[in-house]
Design a protein around this ligand. Structure first.
Ligand SMILES: [Zn+2]
Length: 115
């Protein structure tokens, strides 16, 4: 049986001396947090609580779209590079009881209508 296990930790652009994230597109070290989402749900539930924070407000709903964890809780932070303008995403997800951290290029945060 083949296990479809993601990498335990994938932070290829993290500098060891001061732990700052680097842009996955250009290596720039100035990444601004644009939006954050926190997802909470019972395991395998199709709905739960999603809280989205941005610089103009927040939103709370039951959607699981954008959750980095396919079956459990997750956290996602959208970042914009000051140098090249590329978007990236820092995520914390759950997989079979393990906590996984990943930073990767992304298309940017979903459009959220804040309260
Ligand atoms: Zn960049």
């Amino acid at each position: 049986m083949t296990m479809n296990r993601p990498r335990a930790v994938h932070l290829p652009k993290l500098r060891a001396d001061n732990a700052e994230l680097l842009c996955p597109s250009c290596g720039g070290e100035f990444l601004r947090q644009k939006q954050a989402q926190v997802f909470a749900r019972s395991e395998d539930a199709t709905a739960g609580v999603r809280v989205t924070f941005g610089d103009s407000g927040f939103a709370v709903d039951s959607g699981m779209g954008g959750n980095p964890s396919p079956r459990q809780d997750g956290i996602s932070i959208s970042l914009e590079c000051d140098q090249c303008g590329a978007m990236s995403e820092l995520t914390v997800s759950q997989h079979k009881g393990q906590t996984l951290i990943e930073h990767k290029a992304s298309a940017g945060p979903a459009t959220i209508y804040f309260v």
